[in-house]
Design a binder for this molecule. Sequence first.
Ligand SMILES: Nc1ncnc2c1ncn2[C@@H]1O[C@H](COP(=O)(O)OP(=O)(O)OP(=O)(O)O)[C@@H](O)[C@H]1O
Ligand SMILES: [Mg+2]
Length: 323
Amino acid sequence: MKQSDTKQPEYLHIRGEKKPRAHIIAVGGGKGGVGKSFVSSSMAIFLSQMGYKTVLADLDFGAANIHTYLSMGVPSVGLHQFFQKPLMKLAEVQIPTGFKNLSLITCANDSMDVDQVTDKDRSRLMSSLYQLEADFIILDLSAGATASTLDFFLMATQQIVVLTPEPVSVENAYRFIKSAFFRKIKRYEHQLNLEKVLNEIMEKKDELNIRSPGDLLHYLSKHEPERGAQLSELMNQFQINLVLNQGRSQKDLELAPSIKSVCKKYFGISCELLGQIEHDNAVWQSLRRRKHLLVDCPQSRLYTQLMYISRSLMKVKNKKAVV
Ligand SMILES: Nc1ncnc2c1ncn2[C@@H]1O[C@H](COP(=O)(O)OP(=O)(O)OP(=O)(O)O)[C@@H](O)[C@H]1O
Ligand SMILES: [Mg+2]
């Protein structure tokens, strides 16, 4: 990012005043290649097939490839034009796909680099996503936990972290969740009047042995009970949905409950398992045939597993709409 990452993004000023029109789902994760784009595109295909107007937004600046999962070439319009033309509406770069009810917004054209995206561009994109007419918007994010990725992750109504059972992926997922949480605190600390006290604590974090959101909450509750209660409320609102992808054995599939309990125990963050997806070479074999697995192999077990995940998303949206 060109501008300071610590500066509050402009779009935060509309928070609380505006709610997104669509149910926005962000798909992130600490590590590259864990299956974020495969999972995002699968959910988007299912939701659109269920009749929901769905937009899939490829926000993996510098490495956008979701068009390939949708069997499309690189679209000629995209976020590059949107950023270049201040009066352009986001809907103008929303392009149809081969799937009914599913459109794509991508940054794949003109090989956009993440460093080209300014804070102002980001803010404009975020508020435009809030205003976009759709039932679901799915944000496919880049790997890692840069401030920009975390802000897109946190702007969503529902947050999904994709991970695989490998130790590196699990470790990166923990790191991503932890970074997302600290970023969320940063966004609210001013509003909750926590700024000063948190800065003081974080300056001495090594000395105080604060390594996780859970440690922070523990310390704050002990020394500043009122503020501790505010932070605790913020933590309770923060819910991560996990998708465990590329499981190869029963043991892999048993990993999810332990990740869930680690998140609760050490981070104080509640993580729900949205679903598990097995490893299947058919994923890339289908892609080689320029087809999505859901189209190419509707009889595969992954089809059912992905359908189960997509149905859960539909239930969350409907539940939130009722509330
Ligand atoms: N369940 C699965 N079984 C087998 N292969 C899979 C599965 N999920 C994803 N893959 C394969 O793993 C590779 C990475 O998937 P994908 O592009 O979705 O990852 P990503 O997390 O979006 O990566 P990046 O961070 O680079 O954007 C692809 O080759 C894809 O075909
Ligand atoms: Mg990807």
